[in-house]
Design a protein around this ligand. Structure first.
Ligand code: ZN
Length: 501
C-alpha cells in the first residue's frame, strides 16, 4: 500500500470547502521526510513537523522513505491547522496501519504528543457537509458542541490520534454525536433594564432604536450610566431565531470560539483596538468585533477616541451589513449586521454640563472633539440622546424601572409591523429604507408636513438628515401602532439629533 486518500475541509471566511488529502509513499527514497504540496498557509506548512511527532509519540513507527502529501484542489488556499489529523491518518494509511478512503472525512489539529486539539471553523465545515456528504466525519472532542446542532451527519469525536486509529480499525467503538437541536435561551438573565432607575428619556430612545434597528449615540458625563444602559440593550431585543443562532455561531466558530451562541452578542472593544481587530482580516483572516457582534450590539464607548481609520472603516459594514477583507491572493466576506451603540462625553474633559465639576475645555476643544465623529458616520446614527448625570437623591428616590421583558414586548410588536410592511422587499427594518421607500411608506399628515417644512427652512437640514428624521418618525409611529405619522411622532424624532454647535 503506497497511496492513500481521504477527505478533509478548509474554511474561507465563514464558508467551508471540501478538499482531498492524498499521500504517496516512496520507500525507495533515501530521504526520510514528509513533503506537503498544494497551496497551504504557514500553519499547513508547519503541520508536517507536528504530524511526524504526533505519529511517533502515539506509538506508531514510520518506515524509511519519503511521504508526499498533496492537498487538492491545488488552487484553493488551505488555512490553519485542521489538516493535521487527516494528513496523519493518510500517512498511516499509506503504510498500511489503517484503512481510509474518501468516505472518511477528518479535521483536527495535532499536538506533538498526539492529542487531537480543538480547531476553528468546525461549524461552517459541518453545515456545508450536511448538504451533501454521506460518509463518516471525525472531529476533535472539544468541538463536540458545534456538531450537536448540525443535522444529518455521522459525526464522531476523538481525543487522540491513537484513539482515532483504533476506532477506524474497529478495535474500539465510539458513539456518534446526536443532533440536539437549536433553541434560543432567555435573553441575558442576570441584567435587566429594571436596574436602571430614572433616565426615562434615554430608555425611551433606546426602545425606539431597537424597535427600528437604528444606531444610537449616547452623550453624557462620566458616571452618568451610559455603559450600564448599553449593556442592557440586548435584553430588549427579540430572542434569537434559529437562523440567527447558526449565522452568529458560524462567525464565532471561524474566530476560534467553541460552542453555540444562543444569546445576542454584546461586544465592547476598547478605543485603542486596531483596525484589524475591529473590522476583521489579518494574514490568517479572522472575523473582527463587528462580525462577532453580528445579530447583536457593538458598543463603542468613547467613540471620538477610536482611531480615525476604525471609524472610517465602519461606514461600509454599517451600510451593507457585511464586510469584505481583501488580501493579495484572496478575499473573504464576513457578516456584520449589528446595532451600533456609541457613547461619548460632552467634551474632552467630560464635565461640560456637570453642575458640580467645572469644565476646563475651550469652545474650540469642544468643537474639535465633536468633529472627530465624521459626518458620514453620523449619517448612519439615527438616534442621539443626552444621558444626564443624576444626583444621588434622584438615583435613590424612584422605584425600580420597567422590566426588560415588557419593553421587549413592545419592540416585538413594532418589529412585526415592519416585517409585514417590508414583506415584498429585501429589507426588514425602518432604518434600512432607501430614499425611494420613504416616499412610499412614510406619509405625514398635513400638520406635520407643514411643521417639517418650517423646521427644515429654519435649520437648513440636508436631504440625508431629513431622511433620518422620517425613518425615526416611522418607528415612533409603529410603536404606537399608528399607520399615519402625526405631529407628535415627528416632534419626538426631531429631539434625537446631534448638536454640532
Ligand atoms: Zn470639558
Amino acid at each position: 500500500m503506497n497511496y492513500s486518500k481521504l477527505s478533509s475541509a478548509t474554511i474561507q471566511g465563514i464558508e467551508a470547502m471540501k478538499i482531498d488529502v492524498e499521500v504517496d509513499f516512496d520507500n525507495r527514497s533515501v530521504f526520510n521526510d514528509i513533503d506537503v504540496v498544494g497551496l497551504g498557509d504557514t500553519a499547513v506548512k508547519e503541520s508536517r513537523k507536528r504530524v511526524k511527532s504526533a505519529i511517533l509519540n502515539s506509538g506508531f513507527s514510520l518506515p524509511h522513505g519519503k511521504f508526499v502529501v498533496n492537498l487538492a484542489p491545488g488552487d484553493v488556499r488551505k488555512e490553519g491547522s485542521m489538516l493535521d489529523l487527516p494528513i496523519a491518518l493518510c500517512i498511516l494509511a499509506s503504510t498500511g496501519i489503517v484503512k481510509v478512503n474518501e468516505d472518511t472525512l477528518a479535521v483536527g489539529e495535532l499536538s506533538l504528543s498526539g492529542e487531537v486539539k480543538r480547531v476553528s471553523g468546525i461549524l461552517p465545515v459541518l453545515l456545508s457537509l450536511s448538504e451533501h456528504f454521506n460518509g463518516m466525519v471525525i472531529i476533535p472532542k472539544d468541538n463536540e458542541e458545534e456538531a450537536k446542532c448540525v443535522k444529518g451527519l455521522h459525526v464522531y469525536a476523538v481525543r487522540t490520534l491513537r484513539e482515532c486509529v483504533e476506532f477506524l480499525r474497529g478495535d474500539i467503538s465510539l458513539k456518534n454525536i446526536e443532533y440536539s437541536g437549536i433553541r434560543a435561551i432567555d435573553p441575558i438573565q442576570n441584567i435587566d433594564f429594571s436596574d436602571v432607575r430614572n433616565h426615562e428619556m434615554v430608555k425611551r430612545a433606546v426602545e425606539i432604536a431597537v424597535a427600528g434597528f437604528h444606531n444610537i449615540l449616547m452623550i453624557g458625563n462620566p458616571g452618568s450610566g451610559k455603559t450600564m444602559i448599553a449593556k442592557r440593550i440586548p435584553t430588549i431585543f427579540p430572542p434569537m431565531t434559529e437562523e440567527e443562532i447558526i449565522e452568529t455561531s458560524k462567525v464565532y466558530s471561524a474566530a476560534g470560539y467553541p460552542g453555540i451562541i444562543r444569546n445576542r452578542p454584546f461586544r465592547s472593544p476598547h478605543h485603542t483596538a486596531s483596525t484589524v481587530s475591529i473590522i476583521g482580516g489579518g494574514t490568517s483572516p479572522k472575523p473582527g468585533e463587528i462580525s462577532l457582534a453580528h445579530n447583536g450590539v457593538l458598543f463603542l464607548d468613547e467613540l471620538p477616541e477610536f482611531k480615525r481609520d476604525v471609524l472610517e472603516a465602519l461606514r461600509q459594514p454599517l451600510e451593507e451589513h457585511r464586510v469584505t477583507v481583501s488580501r493579495a491572493k484572496f478575499t473573504v466576506t464576513y457578516p456584520a449586521r449589528f446595532m451600533l451603540v456609541g457613547a461619548m462625553n460632552p467634551c474632552p474633559c467630560g464635565n461640560l454640563g456637570d453642575e458640580k465639576q467645572p469644565c476646563v475645555c475651550s469652545p474650540r476643544d469642544i468643537l474639535r472633539y465633536k468633529k472627530k465623529i465624521s459626518g458620514p458616520l453620523l449619517d448612519r446614527i439615527d438616534v442621539v440622546v443626552n444621558v444626564p448625570k443624576l444626583s444621588f437623591e434622584e438615583m435613590m428616590k424612584k422605584a425600580e424601572g420597567e422590566k426588560s421583558s415588557r419593553i421587549r414586548g413592545r419592540v416585538i410588536k413594532a418589529r412585526n409591523i415592519q416585517r409585514k410592511r417590508f414583506k415584498e422587499t429585501d429589507i426588514s427594518f425602518n432604518s434600512q429604507m432607501t430614499h425611494k421607500m420613504l416616499r412610499k411608506y412614510v406619509q405625514l399628515d398635513a400638520e406635520s408636513e407643514e411643521f417639517l417644512k418650517r423646521y427644515v427652512d429654519r435649520y437648513g437640514l440636508s436631504g440625508r438628515r431629513i431622511d433620518k428624521i422620517l425613518k425615526l418618525s416611522r418607528t415612533i409611529a409603529d410603536l404606537e401602532n399608528s399607520e399615519k405619522i402625526e405631529l407628535k411622532h415627528l416632534a419626538e424624532a426631531l429631539q434625537y439629533r446631534f448638536r454640532e454647535d
